[in-house]
Design a protein around this ligand. Structure first.
Ligand SMILES: Nc1ncnc2c1ncn2[C@@H]1O[C@H](COP(=O)(O)OP(=O)(O)O)[C@@H](O)[C@H]1O
Ligand SMILES: [Mg+2]
Length: 364
């Protein structure tokens, strides 16, 4: 195998912005993490994405937003290269996830906006995009896709192990003693908490978890939330951002104070992660937490009280919790170049190990 360097890009369901990370796979298969960068979305971009979620907005609006978001990804790449004196000649490939605006695998639909051809032209680097379509077309969930990367990173760690990514939606990768895997979306991550903070006029998130810590859990409301059928579905399974959503109007909202709502929704995320254990063949020795949710101490405390095992941020094993997803798409882009599968029956429910992604060559 030749040594290759890739840049992975992630625009997650939290709509907080774009993460970019450099990853090198050495000739012996070893992985090395390089520089990384996060570029937050401005308010206008968030509003434009919000407007087209779930297929809202017309074709023209979707295309314009796709181009806008692609240009922001190109700016992110160019900033990452410049800040770190990296030359495009040394980057074999970009893994461009795009932004999910619709994910309904049961109807064999998933849509990530972003124009890989345009990104290749704007950066001068080949781009792999459209990572989820082939999996969904073959009957898989098209998600989660980070598990193979989690598995590669976890090679030397004690098993069984669970890696949970708390993004807008939360997803888990369980890795067993013989490196067998099981992966699925567990339920909401931060999205409901963020939506609640916005609904209360308190910003884009419960920064530092202070709101949740000041509140009391509405146990009845929480039990209602946990009664959702999703938790009884056997994996594979995956979620769209708004599959768990607050009622659209204030009139339909539960009568929570701002703090009680945050406490209840934070407990909901943690308890739904705990419910994932029902499907694990073995209870994990340790839970490694990545994604923005691990910055929320109230959520970390809720996870520790809901789970029986040790719960630690992925930094405790030397991984980068804010860039793991971006690194994963760099890894998947490299796998695409090598013709290797991106998903497995145990990670997305696809009938057989599945290659995926589409190559957009940089044609000058
Ligand atoms: N300091 C913090 N306090 C509370 N929540 C935080 C903090 N930092 C990040 N978050 C949460 O993490 C989210 C971003 O997580 P991220 O992993 O980027 O999700 P996604 O992959 O969906 O974009 C934010 O929307 C917020 O809910
Ligand atoms: Mg994000």
């Amino acid at each position: 195998m030749i040594s290759r360097t890739a840049i992975g890009l992630m625009s997650g369901t939290s709509m907080d912005g774009i993460d970019a990370a450099v990853l090198t796979r050495c000739g012996n298969g070893e992985l090395g993490q390089g520089p990384a960068l996060a570029r937050p979305y401005d308010g206008e971009t968030k509003a434009r994405l919000q407007a087209i979620l779930g297929g809202g907005g017309g074709r023209a609006e979707i295309n314009e937003t796709a181009e806008h978001v692609t240009r922001l990804h190109a700016d992110t790449i160019n900033e990452l290269l410049k800040k770190n004196n990296l030359n495009i000649e040394n980057i074999a490939i970009i893994g461009f996830h795009g932004h999910t605006i619709n994910h309904q695998p049961e109807q064999r639909k998933t849509c990530q906006i972003g124009d890989g051809g345009l990104l290749a032209r704007l950066t001068g680097i080949d781009v792999v995009d459209d990572f989820r379509s082939a999996d969904v077309a073959a009957g898989g969930q098209g998600a989660p896709l980070a598990p193979l990367y989690h598995g590669a990173l976890a090679a030397g760690l004690p098993k069984p192990l669970a890696v949970v990514n708390i993004g807008g939606v939360a997803n888990v990768t369980w890795i067993g003693a013989d490196d067998e895997m099981l992966a699925f979306d567990t339920g909401p991550g931060n999205a409901l908490i963020d939506d609640w903070a916005r609904r209360c006029g308190l910003g884009d998130m419960d920064m530092g978890g202070g709101l949740a810590r000041a509140g009391r859990i509405d146990e009845t409301g929480l039990a209602d939330l946990l009664a959702n059928d999703y938790f009884h579905r056997t994996p594979p399974k995956s979620l769209d951002r708004n599959d768990f959503a607050l009622p659209p109007s204030l009139a339909g909202a539960p009568g929570w104070s701002a703090a009680d709502g945050a406490a209840t929704l934070t407990a909901f995320t943690a308890r739904s992660v705990a419910k994932a254990q029902t499907y694990f063949p073995d209870i994990p020795k340790q839970w490694l937490v990545c994604g923005g949710g691990r910055h929320n101490p109230a959520l970390m405390a809720a996870l520790r009280s809901a789970l029986e095992a040790e719960v630690v941020p992925v930094e405790s094993v030397g991984w980068r919790g804010d860039y793991l997803e971006a690194e994963a798409f760099a890894y998947l882009a490299l796998r695409h170049l090598d013709g290797l599968p991106l998903s497995l029956p145990t990670t997305t429910g696809v009938p057989h190990p599945m290659p995926g992604g589409r190559l957009n060559r940089n044609v000058v």
